[in-house]
Ligand binder design. Structure first.
Ligand SMILES: Cc1cc2nc3c(=O)[nH]c(=O)nc-3n(C[C@H](O)[C@H](O)[C@H](O)COP(=O)(O)OP(=O)(O)OC[C@H]3O[C@@H](n4cnc5c(N)ncnc54)[C@H](O)[C@@H]3O)c2cc1C
Length: 489
């Protein structure tokens, strides 16, 4: 009987563990498979970065119930944890509370149906899933009634190349090219950047975070400089929504990056699509399409987004959007080419489903290459998928979440838009026509949340706005045209 097997969740990150808590609350057996040694193994890797979400937005409701029963209390709502603190104060206790439902050190290497490859129709849905894992004890095959793949995208950062492929010479220069936000509290990393020139490639929150950190280093170490390399023709809204961002810390990040540029610690290069990386006497020269070469730099940090690893899902019948690699029903809601701030609404089992009944992508991975993923979104996905698997279809369809918007209408910013049009792509300007999107306008980016004093933040190119509310003040449908999607990094 398929129903006798557990639901297998891939990944013990924030969303995988939330899914386990939601399934447990509904009385369904669950097994979480995590390749790392700890809960939140991916978050640990960016543990030095402070989140722009407050504690109250970082704890899944079912997880909180489970934890509260153990005597756990949520840290102060208004605080902004670092990634490390999120892991230590929430994800680790949650994994402990889930106990044997979570296995560490096991990597999922394949998912299929028992005795059926992706081609075979006959009896397909009556067969359990087979989940192939590799760990210290060797290979194993587990059976599952359903699979929730919450394995994130952290393991597959996008390359430097402006066309999405590694730039020529990129792979040979890995010693000087990183795809992570530098942790300047680490002495070795600090030495790599202090008094030197670093190219920061990418336009999202991770790039902004890197610029802010490098600018702080420059205050103490003369000669430290960042070169901010953007594909878009102008900076445009790359500094984010500022005071109009409903996540104040996220809005403030852009303002800090702007200040770093104004202070002269950051040189901005726009309209540059990296095609090649050439070694140059121990330094690197970035060469753009068309042959334009930048001044040599000592290091390059590519914060150009992430992409989903679909390699272990080859035997599953996925329904993925050809652009974003996100589930087909979800993709139009999150496509940075077309959606304006405030148009991504919470979603669940229906939007996450695939032709393969019982298989779901959830969390960061469900967004494919789209930006703007928030843990809150993932928690709502987890709740809905758990309800669906428990047979509560009314509960699965119900939306129980309100998401904050970025204050950047047109979300993704500009590609090669001329200066004169810059204003028109902004929040409150006249927006060029293209794709019609419903928006429920609540003041949005034209409203005015004060930028509070917040810690230096985080995040990636990818996330922008998941929100229930519109960008401009009217509630009429908006039409926006975007050129270059932001990328997570
Ligand atoms: C720098 C940075 C700052 C961020 N700040 C915020 C913020 O302020 N607010 C916010 O809401 N979100 C923020 N995010 C987004 C954040 O990443 C997500 O909200 C959250 O981590 C997504 O959780 P997840 O469980 O989907 O994926 P992940 O956290 O990536 O977890 C996936 C897990 O799956 C495991 N895994 C991967 N492949 C396999 C496999 N084959 N087999 C078994 N296990 C596997 C990984 O080891 C990992 O533990 C930030 C992201 C970054 C990178």
């Amino acid at each position: 009987m398929v129903a006798n097997h557990p639901v297998v969740v891939i990944g013990a990150g924030p969303v995988g563990l939330a899914a386990a808590a939601e399934l447990t609350e509904r009385g369904l057996p669950v097994l979480v498979l995590e390749r790392g040694a700890t809960a939140g193994a991916a978050v640990v890797e960016w543990g030095h970065v402070r989140l722009f979400s407050m504690w109250r937005d970082l704890v899944d409701p079912a997880a909180e119930k489970l934890l509260t029963a153990t005597g756990w209390r949520r840290p102060g709502d208004e605080g902004y944890p670092t990634g490390r603190e999120w892991v230590d104060s929430y994800l680790t206790p949650l994994a402990d509370a889930l106990g044997e439902r979570v296995r560490f050190g096991v990597e999922v290497t394949g998912v299929s149906r028992l005795g059926r490859d992706r081609v075979v129709d006959a009896g397909r849905e009556e067969q359990p899933f087979t989940v192939r894992v590799r760990g210290d004890a060797g290979e194993e095959r587990l059976l599952a009634r359903a699979v929730v793949d919450a394995s994130g995208t952290w393991g597959s950062p996008s390359p430097l190349g402006g066309d999405g492929l590694p730039a020529l010479g990129e792979e040979a220069a890995t010693e000087r090219i990183s795809h992570r936000i530098p942790d300047l509290s680490d002495e070795g990393t600090r030495i790599r950047h202090a008094g030197r020139v670093t190219a920061v490639v990418g336009s999202g929150h991770s790039a902004l975070t890197a610029l802010v950190s490098l600018a702080a280093l420059a205050e103490e170490n003369p000669g430290t400089k960042a070169v901010w390399v953007l594909r878009r023709g102008q900076v445009g809204d790359a500094f984010g929504g500022g005071a109009d961002d409903q996540l104040a810390a996220r809005g403030a990040l852009g303002q800090r990056a702007k200040a770093a540029v104004e202070a002269g610690h950051v040189e901005v290069v726009t309209g540059f699509r990296t095609a090649e990386v050439r070694p140059d006497a121990g330094r690197l020269v970035l060469v753009g399409e068309g042959g334009r070469a930048l001044e040599p730099v000592d290091e390059a940090v590519a914060l150009t987004g992430f992409r989903p690893d679909l390699s272990f899902l080859s035997e599953v019948r996925l329904g993925l959007d050809s652009t974003l690699q996100a589930p087909v029903e979800l993709a139009p809601l999150i496509d940075p080419n077309v959606h304006s701030c405030g148009t991504v609404y919470p979603h669940g089992a229906k939007e996450l489903s695939h032709p393969e009944e019982g298989f779901f992508l959830a969390g960061m991975k469900s967004y494919g290459r789209a930006p703007t993923f928030l843990a809150l979104t993932g928690y709502e996905q987890a709740r809905s998928v758990a309800a669906h698997l428990a047979g509560d279809h009314e509960g699965a369809a119900r939306v129980e979440l309100t998401l904050p918007e970025t204050g950047v209408c047109g979300g993704s910013g500009l590609f090669e838009e001329p200066e004169a049009e810059a204003g028109s792509a902004g929040c409150c300007g006249t927006v060029p026509e293209a794709v019609e999107e419903p928006a429920t306008g609540q003041g949005g980016c034209c409203g005015g949340l004060a930028v509070s004093e917040v810690p230096v933040l985080s995040l990636d190119d990818n996330r922008t706005a998941s929100s229930e509310s519109g960008c401009c003040t009217d509630a009429s449908p908006q039409k926006t045209e975007l050129a270059e999607p932001n990328r997570i990094s």
